[in-house]
Design a protein around this ligand. Structure first.
Ligand code: ADP
Length: 336
């Protein structure tokens, strides 16, 4: 691929013994992923599905059983982490407590052989990108959680790598900081022009930050595509449920009808009986007795006013109802 930041092909990793031995875990199975320069891709899946394992194989921190990794067009499969030229940001920021902020950020360029003045210059630029230009002289032990996370980001940016790998970068922060950093990150990714692979179990984070998503289940990528498209057209009932779709109506023949949010208009159409109501952050969640199946919706406070005599008018655009295979109970077969 032209201007490829990452091209990973058929990465597999088994922990704890060969196929068939009890207790072993096939953490990744033939995972292929690519990230273009300037593109942000989210690797999205529930806890334990193998996301970190994939990230660690790309970073060189885990040896794959098979597969290939190219970074910036260069085959790095056989190289140790420090020779791969990748910017890493992990959940625990792993900053060096005995070094200043500036020296932490300058660490990557220093290891790559830049003389101190140039390494510092690169570090100052990276700190400016994360809006911490004035904190270079601080000790990292004197930073807030949000600041420490920005320093970790700056450290990755200072490597000027074609590829940044971020593992749940916002998970240790509270909701307010997370929202703030999320919008900062989006702007930052757009500015630096590197390819970004972001690992997260949070679908909102993926949608907010990534142009493309790859959904992972039990060691395999089960759907990849433009973020918006994957959210609106999940390939299976499992993907739909994982992405937060609540209206999946099982049908005969192992399929489900999926009613995506965008198919429902409140305040028009037939009045349906409200079977359940529960307050949520932005209003309330209601479940309606729709003749084809129970319809669960999140209503704003204003929409709630339209509940009259225990009923609310709703129109479901039949043309937008999708039929998807119901794989929610499936045990994914792992081929040797
Ligand atoms: P995720 O990042 O999606 O939470 P991981 O890649 O951490 O998933 O883990 C995938 C699977 O591999 C899990 O079942 C986990 O318990 C197992 N696993 C991860 N690391 C190791 C290891 N070093 N040794 C044995 N099993 C591991």
């Amino acid at each position: 691929m032209k201007n490829s930041a990452l091209n990973a092909q058929n990465l597999s990793k088994r922990y704890g013994g060969p196929q068939g031995i009890q207790g072993g875990v096939q953490a990744a199975q033939n995972v292929s992923l690519s990230v273009g320069a300037g593109e942000t891709v989210a690797l999205l899946g529930p806890s334990g599905c193998g996301k970190s394992t994939v990230l660690r194989m790309i970073a060189g921190l885990e040896v794959p059983d098979s597969g290939m990794v190219q970074v910036g067009g260069r085959d790095v499969t056989a190289l140790p982490p420090e020779a791969r030229h990748i910017g890493l940001v992990f959940q625990d920021y792993a900053l060096f407590p005995h070094l200043s902020v500036l020296d932490n950020v300058a660490y990557g360029p220093r290891v790559r052989g830049l003389p101190r003045p140039q390494a510092w210059a690169q570090a100052r630029e990276a700190l400016a990108l994360v809006n911490l230009a004035e904190l270079g002289g601080r000790r990292v032990t004197e930073l807030s959680g949000g600041q420490a996370q920005r320093v970790a980001l700056a450290r990755a940016l200072a490597t000027a790598s074609p590829l940044l790998l971020l593992d749940e970068p916002l998970s240790n922060l509270d909701e307010r900081l997370r929202a703030e950093l999320r919008s900062d990150l989006r702007a930052l990714f757009a500015r630096v022009g590197a390819g970004v692979l972001l690992v997260t179990h949070d679908q909102r984070e993926a949608l907010a930050l990534a142009g493309r998503v790859a959904v992972m289940r039990a060691g395999q990528i089960v759907q990849q595509g433009a973020a918006q498209h994957v959210f609106e057209h999940p390939a299976t009932a499992w993907v739909a449920a994982f992405l937060g779709h609540t209206n999946l109506w099982p049908q005969p023949g192992g399929v489900c009808l999926l009613v995506p949010e965008q198919a429902v208009t409140v305040g028009e159409g037939e009045p349906y009986l409200v079977m359940a109501r529960q307050p949520n952050d932005s209003g309330e969640t209601v479940t309606l007795a729709h003749p084809r199946g129970p319809l669960t919706l999140s209503l704003s406070a204003r929409e709630s006013l339209q509940i009259v005599d225990g009923r609310v008018r709703v129109r479901v655009d039949e043309g937008q109802i999708q039929t998807v295979p119901d794989d929610r109970e499936a045990v994914l077969e792992v081929r040797p």
